[in-house]
Design a protein around this ligand. Sequence first.
Ligand SMILES: Cc1cc2nc3c(=O)[nH]c(=O)nc-3n(C[C@H](O)[C@H](O)[C@H](O)COP(=O)(O)O)c2cc1C
Length: 334
Amino acid sequence: MKDTPARHGGTTGPDLSAPGTERELLRTARWAAEHAPSVWNTRPWTLETDRGRVCLRIDLRRRLPVADPALRESVISCGAALFTIRITLLAGGWRPDVHRLPDPDRPGLLADVSVAGAAEAGDLERALFAAVAQRRTHRGPFDAQVDDAGLVQSLGAAARTEGARLRVVTEPALVRSLAGLVGAAEHLHRHERVRGEEIARWTRESGGRTAPGVPAQDYPPADDEAARLFPGRDFGHGRIPGRMRVSGTSDGTVAVLATPGDARADWLTAGEALQRVLLTAAHGGVSAAFHPQPLEEPLLRRFIAERMSLAEGGHAQMLMRLGRAAPAAPAQAA
Ligand SMILES: Cc1cc2nc3c(=O)[nH]c(=O)nc-3n(C[C@H](O)[C@H](O)[C@H](O)COP(=O)(O)O)c2cc1C
């Protein structure tokens, strides 16, 4: 598994010929984690090797005290990185041995990953790995919903495999209600000064995707609001227009990712499940747009789980839209 093209402009994938060596293991983990989704692209983790293991830790310097005071979304992001590391090793023919939250005295140490031995990679592992470099967050309308019932089933199975649930919301009234909650939360957030300052710290008018933070080329499209019900996060603070140009008029297929519990271990599970769902979707030609805004408001989060019954009896961890989209047009020059 060499020279895998990456989405971030021509870098190569990890050489997994000897991931048992500390250097290769770390390189593999770094490559994989760099391709994981994370809240506002904060990449809130550190990766270090220690006695043949990669230690995945939460990086508190990259936390979002206003939007994510409990660190739920940061841990979900770390979980997505963890799944990416796992699938990269599996696709390379190596069985990862994962210890989640191995030390109660060090809650910031989220996982230890080592190589337990060789294992032949199956088609599924190879397909999910191939999707790592292709997956990108979508923003704005889609061309079409997820029209393939088999793929919808696979997405649900992907979440279950990781210990989470994916509730696909097909009822029009519930979709409209969710859209209303996203709109309400986004409206409130746009009027919160401290939140605006926090977003400003993690957004950039220029620069590529390799650095942390969301670059302007990834802000929601300028005509986003007019085009659909679900407003995207206002990364441009109403001043810097999004440069992402997408076609389509569909909201896509709305889904809620949920876990039975709501502790740090559940958030890690949610992140692993999220990335398995996203890679399964990407393999099927489907991308995802994220709308966690109402889940950042405790009352609305509970309303979605308890009054709307959209968390399968547990806790909502991510609200997203999934759909087919023409590849986003290249960003205009800054
Ligand atoms: C927990 C979590 C929360 C996120 N929240 C948002 C969001 O509110 N709005 C948004 O447009 N994207 C959101 N994203 C997507 C990230 O911004 C995206 O993953 C990051 O910018 C990297 O880009 P990529 O996914 O295209 O690789 C979120 C991702 C995660 C994992």
